[in-house]
Design a protein around this ligand. Structure first.
Ligand code: CMX
Ligand code: CO
Length: 145
């Protein structure tokens, strides 16, 4: 069951400058940063609020580490902006399977590693009314990152 908006993924050209914008404009601080080579991103997670399922909602600021990555290609075509949304679940395997059975393309056969040791998969944007949609199970089974 999808129980929270886990994050909104925002593509940017310069992570440090974008982090500074969110800090200076809204007062949001960086909760976590990492490089995910498999996804081709350097990212910063800004925690916005905790959620009733024991998890939290974040902004995920994404800078590509290479031009041929998903975010690199998207930035070259569209410029900066909202790249994807992510729903949180306690069981990404079950939810991805159930959604696949409804005819929506799930991009990975098995979930891969996302932010902070989470397990993630994606739904094809062409099957989701133009929205690239991620499913996330946090590393901590309670849902708290
Ligand atoms: N949102 C909406 N539509 C998108 C999109 C996005 N983020 N990315 C691509 N599309 C659309 C394109 O506009 C294009 O549409 P048209 O054919 O109408 O022009 C179509 O999908 C194909 O796009 P493409 O540029 O040819 O890109 P690919 O097919 O090579 O890749 C996708 C698209 C979704 C399969 C790829 O981006 C992907 O695998 N995404 C999942 C991984 C990811 O995004 N990782 C980064 C984030 C990591 C994290 O969140 O931790
Ligand atoms: Co994401």
């Amino acid at each position: 069951m999808l129980t929270r908006i886990d994050h909104i993924g925002i593509a940017c050209f310069d992570l440090d400058r974008t982090v500074e914008f969110y800090r200076a404009t809204y007062g949001f601080e960086v909760f976590h940063t990492e490089i995910n080579e498999e996804q081709g991103v350097r990212e910063a997670m800004l925690k916005i609020n905790e959620t009733s399922d024991g998890g939290a909602s974040y902004l995920q600021l994404l800078e590509p580490t290479r031009e041929d990555s998903a975010v690199g290609k998207w930035l070259a075509k569209n410029g900066e902006g909202v790249h994807h949304i992510a729903f949180g679940t306690a069981d990404v395997d079950a939810d991805a399977g159930a959604i696949r059975d409804k005819g929506v393309r799930v991009l990975y056969d098995e979930p891969r590693t996302g932010s902070m040791g989470s397990r993630i998969t994606f739904l094809h944007p062409k099957d989701c009314h133009g929205v690239l949609t991620e499913l996330v199970t946090a590393a901590d089974p309670s849902g708290q990152h």
